[in-house]
Ligand binder design. Structure first.
Ligand SMILES: N[C@@H](CCC(=O)N[C@@H](CS)C(=O)NCC(=O)O)C(=O)O
Length: 211
């Protein structure tokens, strides 16, 4: 059985979404970040970094959302959610997966860190005014150019990398960052209408209410 350690409306949603796309059963272990559960000895023994998501499958523990998504997709190749290794499609998948984590997410995360996540004396307000929003817009331009008029990043077929990209776009919108590229707006709408995401959000809600 797969256990996800998660918290609603966090990067862990990427993993519940993926598990719902795979149609695999899973246990959900709520790590209530607001209550400080991330720093509990129990959770630190799973992820010494104290962050969600993490997954546990038998003795294997994996952290880092992009790595978890690739591992899960590779484990169920019949679902077609990741291309086979050493193919041009897989290279494109990896390129955009790394792009999400290193280029698209980082300016957003800098905005988060320097507005609420870091201790107050470590925050640099100037990042919020210029650098991070500007960097994010640069990354969006590249994203829009890379997507072109495809339905999904790999073409006609939805894959794990779309979870990473679309989830990050939703995050940007929640942070009130302008997303003005028509192809990206259509893309995020297309991805977020997927029934698997709706099931994932319902599961997170139910778990966080103790259902
Ligand atoms: N690079 C990691 C980032 C994980 C991360 O920062 N998770 C946040 C929630 S979205 C967290 O658990 N924060 C708690 C903390 O920093 O104490 C990933 O993609 O999985």
């Amino acid at each position: 059985m797969i256990t996800i350690f998660g918290y609603p409306n966090s990067r862990a949603t990427r993993i519940t979404w993926m598990l719902e796309e795979l149609g695999q059963p899973y246990d959900y272990f709520l790590v209530d970040l607001l209550k400080g559960d991330g720093k509990s000895p129990e959770f630190l023994s799973v992820n010494p970094g104290g962050k969600v998501p993490a997954i546990k499958i038998d003795d294997l523990i994996i952290t880092e959302s992009a790595a978890i998504i690739s591992y899960l997709a590779d484990s169920f190749p019949e679902t077609g959610l990741i291309p086979p290794v050493a193919t041009p499609a897989r290279a494109r998948y990896e390129q955009w997966s790394h792009f999400t984590m290193c280029e698209l997410e980082q300016p957003l995360w800098n905005m988060g860190k320097h507005s609420f996540a870091l201790p107050e004396d470590k925050r640099v307000p100037a990042l919020l005014e210029v650098t991070a929003p500007w960097e994010f817009q640069q990354a969006l331009k590249l994203f829009s150019k890379g997507l072109e008029d495809r339905d999904y990043m790999l073409g006609d077929t939805f894959s794990g990398v779309d979870i990473l990209l679309a989830h990050t776009l939703v995050w940007a919108m929640k942070f009130k960052q302008p997303v003005e590229h028509k192809n990206l707006l259509d893309y995020v709408e297309r991805c977020t209408q997927r029934p698997a995401l709706k099931r994932a959000i319902a599961r997170e809600d139910a778990e966080s209410k103790g259902a």
